[in-house]
Design a protein around this ligand. Structure first.
Ligand code: ZN
Length: 56
């Protein structure tokens, strides 16, 4: 789990480079897509989305 949120209504999925589905919230999903980088691991996903925290 990337976010720590347990609210299923805001949960979504994003994919790692090898196609693994990871549960994230909508904000993290958007941040991942906007980064234009496809994370290879969950740790990398967290790093990428953490650096790009600006919302909207
Ligand atoms: Zn999140």
């Amino acid at each position: 789990m990337v976010c720590g949120t347990t609210d299923r209504r805001v949960l979504s999925f994003t994919r790692l480079l090898e196609g693994e589905r990871v549960t994230v919230c909508g904000s993290h999903k958007t941040a991942h897509h906007r980064s234009e980088i496809i994370a290879r691991t969950v740790d990398e996903l967290i790093a990428i989305t953490g650096e790009r925290r600006k919302a909207g």
